[in-house]
Design a protein around this ligand. Structure first.
Ligand SMILES: N[C@@H](CCC(=O)N[C@@H](CS)C(=O)NCC(=O)O)C(=O)O
Length: 245
């Protein structure tokens, strides 16, 4: 019955994008990692680097995160949003990621807003060269080539570095106003998957960049601290740049 709390849960394996040793910088992998931690399930990281499509070929696509659920005969799921929904459906007796159908739709809105409304695009412009430098030397030419083909300009032209911080902070205004009223995107009681997704974006920055993105008196700063300390400090203890905080 249920997910079998009586039995010890087996780990959820997550294929996670790695730059340098233990430098996990994929925002989507972080969202999945936070979601698994929220469910109180053990996490097993499987290190994955760009161009290792063969290792996840079983998922019929080439992007991470991919999870493999040790409790369900090795069932796999790819795509961070699909993973969150899978965990919620498969482990309903563990802490909820969405708090019901309305929260599920609201979490998807937050994800779409972040991805299309400005903050993620603004963040990429700040950290793109740091992401490039985080790749092992054998992968840097590939990273440069594929991203420059996508952006239509040299990485150095796409990059704005620290000068992009004001634009990023401005794009976060809806989050700032929400956090002035509630401690989490999930509301008064604690984080939801909406928080996991946005925190994942900040973990990307933390993993690769020393740029200070937030002022200490910004309510988002305190929220980021709470999120990085949550779930046993998986954010805070990750390899990254403490000087960026
Ligand atoms: N919509 C997907 C996006 C996943 C994605 O873009 N993953 C990137 C890493 S952040 C990736 O695997 N890239 C591999 C590549 O570019 O070859 C999700 O949310 O899971």
């Amino acid at each position: 019955m249920g997910s079998g709390r009586s039995k010890m849960a087996k780990p959820i394996s997550i294929y996670e994008l790695e730059g340098g040793p233990n430098q996990f910088f994929s925002p989507f992998c972080w969202a999945a990692r936070f979601a698994v931690a929220h469910k109180g399930l053990p996490i097993e990281t499987i290190r994955w680097k760009f161009k290792e499509g063969d290792k996840i070929a079983f998922s019929n696509q080439g992007l991470v995160p991919v999870i493999v659920d040790g409790n369900k005969d090795g069932k796999w799921v790819n795509d961070s949003w699909a993973i969150a929904k899978y965990l919620e459906e498969t482990y309903p007796d563990r802490p909820s990621l969405f708090g019901g159908p309305q929260g599920e739709a609201a979490a998807l809105f937050v994800q779409k807003w972040f991805q299309t409304g400005g903050p993620l695009g603004a963040l990429f412009k700040i950290v793109i060269l740091d992401i490039y430098k985080a790749q092992t030397p054998d992968l840097q030419p590939w990273f440069r080539e594929t991203r420059e083909a996508k952006f239509g300009v040299k990485l150095e032209e796409f990059s704005v570095g620290e000068a992009g911080v004001p634009d990023f902070q401005k794009a976060l205004e809806p989050l700032r106003q929400l956090l002035a009223e509630y401690p989490y995107l999930g509301g008064k009681d604690g984080p939801s998957y909406a928080d996991h997704f946005v925190a994942g974006m900040f973990m990307l920055a933390y993993a690769v960049s020393s740029v200070k993105l937030l002022e200490k008196d910004d309510v988002i700063y305190a929220w980021r601290e709470r999120m990085m300390a949550a779930y046993g400090g998986i954010g805070k203890n990750a390899v990254g740049h403490p000087e960026s905080l």
